[in-house]
Design a protein around this ligand. Structure first.
Ligand code: NAD
Length: 471
């Protein structure tokens, strides 16, 4: 049992003797750790520490910031196996994937900022003016459980690089890697108060953080429902917000595409992290005359995805992160059947041999109506909706026909045509014929998927105010 009865405030661990939150292992349901259900007092202390540290850190040199990020990068690399195993147990992502993604991406993103920073222009000339990019101030970071360290790194690395100070409220479902991060930062030259972490529930410590007048920006990743609450709270004193929220992304397979490759690419993306991925391609749009063939290919692909113990090297599909998430996904599968979609593979019953833990069968629905709830709402589990269309215009209309706009894909035998259709999608990123994920490209959402961008220079600019000196 990992008893983490402490918060990290003003450069030191502050012990906590109050209520604790149980952390469960996704594959077994066992309690494996406990973290503080801290209160407003701890959060206020953390915000005061970040506020006190701001003036000095905002004036730190680029060399000082780079040195700390180099130390952080080395720590993330050194502790990568522990990070991968922790997320594998908490979230359920198979270890084979958790190693490069849950542990590898945080180090890669930190490295990407180390590459970018030396050339980033914090001042530029415009006519007779010097334009200065100044840190926003104290930033409140609130993060979800599905990529628990990666989401944190995407905020705190550019925030610290910009000269901001930070208070992190990690997810109460998968918080242990935030403790590893705080331990790593504690061993660097980061001055006290620049990074603080308080653990607890959203409606308690999260609420204090988003409403506090000394917090000048909230950077949030999580559900659209919580993002909406944050936007309302921030409006009261005009805090800056960066919101990374939900998705219901479409994979548009054009008539001239290699159907087998496109279905395989879509399924692999949809089932990554058991579907607990904001960018998951959960709606597969196929020409009506290829619908049945696409469903057969999808069923064959998911048949190979037997859920299993995520700690085993051979497992490709793990459990969901919590009992609540498993029950929600099963309810959606039942709803799909009620709505009249065709159950092509999977279903609401527990997978064979998985009596413990939060497992759900990989499920494919065919002939899904574009306006049905399973095609409109984020399920956040291993569920694919296959939607037939009659022509390109209808495909684009269906792809753009949800409140979300986070990701997407287009598949065609003709790259130029795929790019043309990609340009019509109202979404923050589109994978064209299986293009690779690029951590230097901007990432974020249209519509209810978000405000602002993460990764690369766009992620850094989120944490900068603009001042112009007229000379
Ligand atoms: P969630 O909104 O329930 O929780 C996210 C965080 O917000 C948690 O730390 C939680 O404690 C906090 N929170 C909850 N209520 C709050 C309140 N009233 N005030 C302040 N903070 C509060 O989301 P989740 O279930 O942890 O994560 C899943 C969601 O995250 C999905 O919708 C997914 O699409 C989204 N997500 C988006 C991205 C992206 O980059 N766009 C990435 C990962 C996950």
């Amino acid at each position: 049992m990992n008893e983490l009865n402490r918060n990290y405030i003003n450069g030191q661990w502050v012990s906590w003797a109050g209520d604790m939150i149980d952390i469960h292992e996704a594959g077994t349901g066992d309690v494996i750790a406990r973290v503080p259900a801290a209160g407003a007092d701890e959060m206020e202390q953390a915000i005061a520490a970040a506020d006190a540290a701001f003036e000095s850190w905002s004036e730190s040199t680029l060399e000082e910031r780079i040195k700390v990020l180099e130390q952080l990068h080395a720590g993330l690399k050194e502790r990568a196996p522990e990070i991968a195993e922790t997320v594998c147990r908490e979230v359920g992502m198979p270890i084979k994937l958790a190693t490069p993604i849950q542990a590898g991406m945080p180090a890669a993103v930190t490295k990407s900022y180390l590459k970018l920073l030396p050339d980033f222009e914090f001042t530029e000339q415009s006519g007779n003016s010097e334009v200065q990019y100044a840190p926003v101030g104290v930033v409140g970071c609130i993060t979800p459980w599905n990529y628990p360290l990666h989401q944190v790194i995407l905020k705190i690395v550019p925030a610290i690089a910009a000269g901001c100070t930070v208070v992190l409220k990690p997810s109460e479902i998968a918080p242990q890697t935030a403790f590893i991060l705080a331990e790593i930062l504690d061993g660097t030259d980061l001055p006290k108060g620049v990074f603080n972490m308080v653990c607890g529930y959203g409606h308690t410590v999260g609420d204090t953080l988003i409403k506090h007048p000394d917090v000048r920006m909230v950077s949030f990743t999580g559900s659209t429902r919580t993002g909406n609450l944050i936007a309302h709270a921030a409006a009261d004193d005009f805090k800056r917000i960066a919101l990374e929220m939900g998705g219901k992304s479409a994979s548009v397979i054009l008539p001239d595409a290699d159907l087998a490759a496109a279905v395989k690419g879509t399924i692999n993306n949809c089932l990554l992290n058991s579907g607990q991925t904001c960018t998951a391609l959960t709606r597969m749009l196929v020409p009506a005359d290829k619908h049945d063939e696409a469903c057969e290919l999808a069923a064959a692909a998911v048949a190979k995805m037997t859920p299993g113990n995520p700690l085993e090297e051979t497992t490709r599909l793990g459990p969901l992160s919590s009992a609540q998430q498993r029950d929600k996904v099963i309810d959606y599968i039942k709803l799909g059947i009620e709505e009249g979609a065709k159950l092509v593979a999977g279903g609401p019953e527990a997978p064979e041999g998985c009596d413990k833990g939060y497992f759900v069968k990989a499920t494919v629905f065919g002939n899904v109506k574009p306006d049905s709830r399973i095609a409109q709402e984020e399920i956040f589990g291993p569920v694919l909706c296959v939607i037939p269309y009659n022509d390109e215009a209808e495909a684009v209309k269906i792809a753009n026909g949800t409140q979300y706009g986070l990701s997407g894909a287009v598949w065609s035998g003709d790259d130029a045509k795929a790019k043309k259709i990609a340009g019509k999608l109202r979404t923050g990123q589109v994978f064209v014929n299986g293009g690779a994920f690029n951590p230097m490209a901007p990432f974020g959402g249209f519509g209810h998927s978000g405000i602002g961008r993460e990764f690369g220079k766009w992620g850094l600019e989120e944490f900068l105010e603009i001042r112009s000196l007229q000379l």
